[in-house]
Design a protein around this ligand. Structure first.
Ligand SMILES: Cc1ncc(COP(=O)(O)O)c(C=O)c1O
Length: 293
């Protein structure tokens, strides 16, 4: 298909765009599980307007656009506050659950690379219910997924199976809160204890539940501990474009400490040999914003 030589009249363009949607799922009638999180027209209108207001600004350079850095800091701080995280917790805004998970796997890999350089072929233990994003991250980052069974009745992670799967190459354990396909919260406290015992990174995937679960608890539901207050949890992902009803793509990755988040940061200096004298540049993913501070 060629780029049109002549411009398209606006009304034709809008009509064409609308016509492209005729085969899509009718999510407005409530027929979508996942994909679209519908908070109703009023909230959608506000999200749309805010999105359009910042269409041009670029998070690449927060010294040029301090407004965007401020937004990131405020959003991360609000998410941390919602999850009642302690004062050491820091984080970043990302484009979605998959990016948050990729960054967590990258941070875990580089952290364990520094702590245990003898590990040449790192592995992460995944309950079979863990999201596909971990497999994608493993593929990109050369961390081998070791998939283990879950409890046959509850579909929750089987901690004994996770323990059995740990080898001298293991760097990371994963739990979901809850898992995408079954909506089951894994026993995060037990996984945290195991991670501490074996000195491993534990990531909690709360992409879908990070916002909801605490509201459920406030409504009286019994929700097991799943967040960064659980000893042994190193990082946690929580999506804003799911049950926080933000426009896509919006997610937050939180770390238990600045020291752990350090391993998420990509620095060209590390790979090119340039030495960085002043690392106070406030870039979203390159030099460590004050997000969550
Ligand atoms: C539990 C869980 N983790 C991760 C993801 C990946 O998130 P995203 O689609 O925003 O990349 C999803 C998406 O549905 C999810 O439900």
């Amino acid at each position: 298909m060629k780029i049109p030589e002549k411009s398209t009249p606006e009304d034709v363009l809008w009509h064409r765009l609308e016509s492209y949607r005729c085969g899509d799922l009718d999510w407005r009638s409530g027929r979508a599980f996942g994909y679209v999180y519908d908070a109703g027209q009023r909230a959608a209108q506000v999200a749309k307007q805010a999105y359009v207001e910042f269409l041009a600004e670029n998070a690449l350079d927060p010294t040029t656009f301090p407004s965007v850095a401020r937004l990131e800091n405020e959003v991360v701080a609000m998410v941390a506050c919602h999850l009642e995280a302690g004062p050491d917790v820091v984080g970043n805004f990302t484009s979605g659950g998959t990016e948050s998970i990729m960054l967590a796997v990258k941070a875990a890999r580089d952290c364990l690379r520094a702590r245990r350089p003898e590990i040449r072929e790192p592995e992460m233990v995944l309950p079979v219910t863990a999201h596909a994003a971990f497999h994608k991250a493993g593929h990109y980052l050369d961390v081998k997924p070791i998939v283990v069974r879950v409890d046959e009745t509850s579909f929750a992670a089987d901690v004994a199976a996770v323990r059995q799967a740990i080898t001298p190459n293991t760097i990371m354990l994963v739990g979901s809160a809850p898992s995408y396909a079954h909506g089951v919260v894994d026993p995060i406290a037990e996984l945290g204890a195991l991670a501490r015992e074996r000195e491993l990174w534990l990531h909690v995937d709360a992409c879908i539940g990070g916002f909801l679960l605490l509201y459920f608890r406030r409504l009286g539901a019994s929700v097991p501990d799943f967040d960064l207050r659980v000893p042994g949890v190193s990082s946690l992902s929580v999506d804003l474009h799911k049950y926080a009803y933000a426009a896509k793509g919006a997610s937050v990755i939180l770390y238990a400490s600045r020291e752990l988040r350090r391993h998420q940061i990509f620095s060209c200096a590390r790979w090119t040999g340039y030495s960085v004298v002043n690392t106070t540049v406030q870039s979203t993913k390159s030099a460590g914003p004050i997000a969550g501070a």
